[in-house]
Design a protein around this ligand. Structure first.
Ligand code: C2E
Ligand code: MG
Ligand code: MG
Length: 560
């Protein structure tokens, strides 16, 4: 019976009182790789992995001697060198007099169980892609960091990191490349902080860093946090080699300090997030600290967004029109400019609500509204000799242009209203062009094929390179008003305008200057061979009735 019991699943090893091995069973050989004859007379120490220190064995022996038994987890080494975890129970066998004559160790290999445990732990607390702590573990660490700060009075900082235009990479090269970038980003962030700082991935392209113990003085702490944030920003802005592609990316980083348990985790996260958005608004690739004044702006923004959703159906939107003239002061067209008559706040300028609309994608719906109304207006003018020759310029936002069916959609609008396509001129900004250039050029070609005209608005304020510009099938460059403003006093603005006009000529594009306010500006532009003008000098943007009156007067003036 004893012999049968000896051969079980578990490994069994029996030693004498001096710990020399007397017998082992088959399971022992299976697990450790040692045959019975190889270990007979040896000390079990031959199997130790080196993973446990002297204190560990000391404690084990103390318990064995005092209580006659020990059990626990222990890492040993197999004959082939592999280190593995086992669960072991050692019992001292005593004679009648009470002195130990044998030790019996029974153990099982728990590698499999350990691996499962770790996998489960990993899934629950770590992000599978980057192996960084996930949101759950991050919240836990942040909680601890807040508690520690309350205890020791040191400041800490929470950094919110979001990659700029990550979606574009995913949409153009695919998710595989997106994943490669995220893994590399995780590595780079880790390389910028100390071992004790937490780097976590919240999901998507959002990362957070918790910095702890950065000093008891606010100014000092904010300086340190700023340095780390800047280091991360710089590191993430270096080019990435994603397989065969060299990719450029940058982050927007929001920073919020915490201290002494003054804030709870929710507020802290919200604030760092707000600061991150502020960094985006500041033009991306930027670090921003949380500023309480911002919260107010954001609340207003949220309110605007809500109201804007209802603006269309409540008929609060209008178009105003600003005239465009040529070198003979003849009217050549108008630009349609959106106005929002808010029931409580009064007239809200586009500079306030267009960015809100862009961020919430409401711009697509608004842009649609503008296109419909502008086209309807063109049709109303089609039979009138004074107005039928005018072009209607309509601003198209980057988001709107990026819709995959933008061209087809526009074609449908033109058809539905029966507009002569050549009367419609789309004003695109350089932001449109910064997206996937191949796609942009193809769309623009299709638009040209429909017969509509294309103008590049606010030209000179963006980053388009000459090589980009060369590829675009444009009809017109529109010189931004910021250059026109100081044209008569600022040498470099004057030079800039001159080059834009020359460039337009070279590319065989038409050129128009916006924001012309004075006679002096006009004559400078004329002198440098600009072709068309728009600005307060001729007229402000006007509501429809006023515009029609202006056109009628203009006509009679020309007749005189
Ligand atoms: P933009 O397309 O560059 O329009 C020209 C802006 O300059 C207009 O501002 C116009 O009122 C203003 N302006 C015209 N002449 C002068 C002048 O002599 N001096 C000065 N200082 N300014 C002048 P507005 O109407 O406030 O529109 C601002 C921007 O909002 C527009 O810039 C355009 O980017 C955007 N926007 C307006 N309507 C729409 C729209 O329907 N869709 C989209 N996506 N954006 C629009
Ligand atoms: Mg415009
Ligand atoms: Mg403009």
């Amino acid at each position: 019976m004893a012999a049968a019991a000896f051969e079980t699943h578990d490994a069994i090893l029996i030693t004498d009182a001096q710990s020399n091995i007397l017998r082992v069973n088959h399971a022992f050989t299976q697990i450790t790789g040692y045959r019975a004859w190889e270990v007979a007379g040896m000390n079990p120490r031959i199997m130790s992995s080196g993973r446990h220190d002297a204190d560990f064995y000391k404690a084990m022996w103390r318990q064995l001697l005092e209580q006659g038994a020990w059990s626990g987890e222990i890492w040993d080494r197999r004959k082939n060198g592999e280190i593995y975890p086992k669960w072991m129970t050692i019992t001292a066998v005593k004679d009648e007099a009470g002195s130990t004559i044998n030790y019996v160790a029974i153990f099982s290999d728990i590698t499999e169980r350990k691996r499962n445990e770790e996998e489960i732990r990993g899934l629950a607390f770590y992000d599978a892609l980057t192996r960084l702590p996930n949101r759950r573990l991050f919240l836990d660490r942040l909680q601890n960091a807040l508690a520690a700060s309350a205890r020791n009075g040191d400041f800490g900082a929470l950094l919110f990191i979001d990659l700029d235009r990550f979606k574009v990479l995913n949409d153009t090269l695919g998710h595989d490349y997106g994943d490669l970038l995220l893994v590399e980003v995780a590595e780079r962030i880790k390389g910028c902080v100390r071992e004790i700082d937490t780097v976590a991935r919240l999901g998507g392209d959002e990362f957070v860093v918790v910095l702890e113990g950065i000093g008891a003085d606010r100014e000092e702490a904010s300086h340190k946090a700023g340095l780390v944030a800047e280091k991360i920003r710089d590191s993430l802005a270096h080019p990435y080699q994603l397989k065969e592609h060299e990719h450029y990316s940058s982050p927007s980083i929001g920073v919020e300090l915490f201290h002494d348990g003054e804030e709870n985790t929710d507020d802290l996260i919200k604030h760092a997030d707000v600061a991150m958005y502020q960094a985006k608004n500041a033009g991306r690739n930027t670090v921003r600290f949380y500023d309480p004044g911002l919260q107010h702006d954001l609340d207003t923004r949220a309110m605007l967004e809500n109201d804007l959703r209802r603006a269309i159906e409540n008929e609060e939107l209008q178009l105003h029109y600003q005239v465009q003239v040529d070198n003979e002061r003849k009217l050549v067209g108008v630009e349609a400019l959106l106005r929002w008559q808010h029931p409580v706040r009064g007239m809200i300028p586009p500079a306030k609500f267009i960015p809100v609309a862009e961020e919430s994608m409401l711009i697509v719906e608004l842009g649609d509204w503008v296109l419909h109304h502008a086209c309807a207006q063109l049709v109303l003018w089609a039979d009138d000799p004074l107005r039928s020759g005018l072009t209607m310029a309509v601003n198209v936002s980057a988001h709107q242009f990026a819709m995959h069916d933008f061209v087809e959609h526009l074609a449908a609008i033109l058809q539905r209203h029966g507009v002569q396509p050549a009367r419609l001129k789309l004003e695109l900004t350089e932001g449109v062009v910064l997206n996937d250039i191949g796609d942009v050029v193809e769309k623009m070609r299709k638009l040209k094929a429909l017969g509509v005209q294309l103008s590049l608005d606010d030209f000179g304020t963006g980053y388009s390179s000459l090589s980009y510009l060369k590829k675009l099938p444009l009809d017109q460059l529109k010189i931004d008003k910021s250059f026109v403003r100081d044209i008569t006093v600022d040498q470099s603005d004057a030079g800039m305008v001159q080059s834009i006009i020359d460039m337009a000529k070279n590319f065989k594009h038409d050129v128009i200057a916006e924001g012309v306010e004075t006679e002096a500006q006009l004559s400078f532009l004329k002198h440098h061979a600009c072709l068309a003008y728009q600005g307060y000098f001729f007229s402000k943007p006007l509501p429809l009735e006023e515009l029609e009156r202006l056109i009628a007067d203009w006509g009679s003036k020309l007749d005189d």
